[in-house]
Design a binder for this molecule. Structure first.
Ligand code: SF4
Length: 354
């Protein structure tokens, strides 16, 4: 790393996106090392797998899989962090992203624009000099190649104020660099998909505890979630609206589509059963009356044929699956019913499974 040659006129102040992943942690650490005051922003979108794991509350879950990585990372490098709930607005964006989806249901360009617009607002409100991110040029094929980075900068109104410390040497100097607030010589020239430069940098900066990049925390980039999400988009309720509850329910259970406006969701364990019960209001909730079995809920139109099919699916996933008939208890509000049904055969329901 080159030596600093000039004393900045005052300490620079940057706010930036911090997910808790290694890149954004290193970006914040590099800026701090360069003498800047750094505040991390962590936007809670409603699509974070870790947040969902906490909501499910499974017994025996590894505590490392439940921690908020952004809080942990900020604490490790001793910078201020704010967690900001943006779920309502983010949900509206996710349903119709201007720049479309990636290979799953991930609207990465719109997502970055969404978050950077909010970061820009914090920058303006608090008199910060720039917004920073941990983006690395060429690391991801979709959202982080140069054209995308420029597009994002332009659409967010952050031209000249968006600092990517890890790849800054490949980009034109930003305003705080030109003003001498940030010494460009301290910014880096990492590019490409190898993680080795970041691992070496982490060692040098003493950053030892960080999540592995594979998998990520975003449901929208998850193949199974994306399949159910796209099915939901193409089957809106009669009034054409998709509710947040419907999207939240995509995160749990086995899903079966029974008709254009009808789905059945079956819990896979006690955590999911409890979660589904919390969302059962206004829906039929089914459970085996005389066997151990999952909670099953019916979403959308629920005529007699649908209830029988839902009951058969519920029976299939309970301990009575080998019986010729299983008694299923149904409830919706004050309504109560019992149905005796043969468990569904896999051959009957495989094609309905999402
Ligand atoms: S993977 Fe998810 S959180 Fe990350 S940029 Fe894409 S949509 Fe946003």
């Amino acid at each position: 790393m080159p030596e600093t040659t000039a004393t900045p006129p005052r300490a620079a102040f940057g706010v930036g996106l911090m997910s808790g992943g290694l890149d954004s942690t290193l970006a914040a650490a590099i800026l701090k090392e360069a003498g800047a005051r750094v505040v991390g922003l962590n936007f809670s979108t409603g699509f974070c797998m870790t947040d969902h794991r906490r909501a499910i509350g499974r017994q025996g879950e590894d505590p490392r899989r439940l921690r908020n990585e952004a809080l942990r990372a900020a604490s490790d490098i001793d910078v201020e962090i704010r967690v900001i709930d943006v779920a309502e607005e983010y949900f509206e964006m996710v349903k119709a992203p201007k720049h479309g989806y990636g290979s799953k249901a991930n609207p990465c360009i719109d997502c970055r624009i969404f978050m950077l617009e909010r970061a820009r607002q914090v920058m303006l409100d608090e008199g910060a000099d720039f917004v920073f991110t941990g983006e690395v040029l060429g690391q991801r094929p979709f959202s982080q190649h140069m054209a995308s980075l420029r597009l994002i900068e332009k659409e967010t109104g952050l031209a000249g104020r968006l600092l990517r410390p890890l790849s800054a040497q490949y980009m034109p100097p930003t305003i705080p660099e030109k003003e001498g607030l940030i010494d460009r010589g301290r910014l880096l020239s990492i590019r490409g998909r190898s993680r080795r430069p970041q691992a070496e940098l982490a060692r040098r900066l003493g950053v030892v505890d960080y999540p592995q990049p594979s998998g990520g925390c975003c449901y929208l980039a998850d193949e199974n979630f994306a399949r159910k999400f796209m099915d939901k988009l193409s089957h809106p309720a009669a009034e054409g609206k998709i509710t947040r509850d419907e999207i939240i329910l995509l995160k749990v259970g086995r899903h079966f589509r029974l008709g254009p406006a009808t789905k059945v969701i079956v819990g896979r364990d006690e955590g999911e059963n409890a979660f589904l019960e919390r969302f059962a209001e206004g829906r039929w909730e089914l459970r085996a009356a005389e066997h151990v079995g999952p909670v099953t809920i019916v979403e959308g139109d629920a005529g007699e044929e649908v209830l029988i099919e839902a009951a058969r699916i519920a029976a299939r996933y309970g301990d009575g699956r080998a019986e010729s008939s299983v008694r299923i208890a149904l409830k919706r509000g004050e309504e109560r019913r019992l149905l005796d049904v043969p468990p569904a055969l896999d051959a009957e329901i495989d094609s309905r499974r999402l």
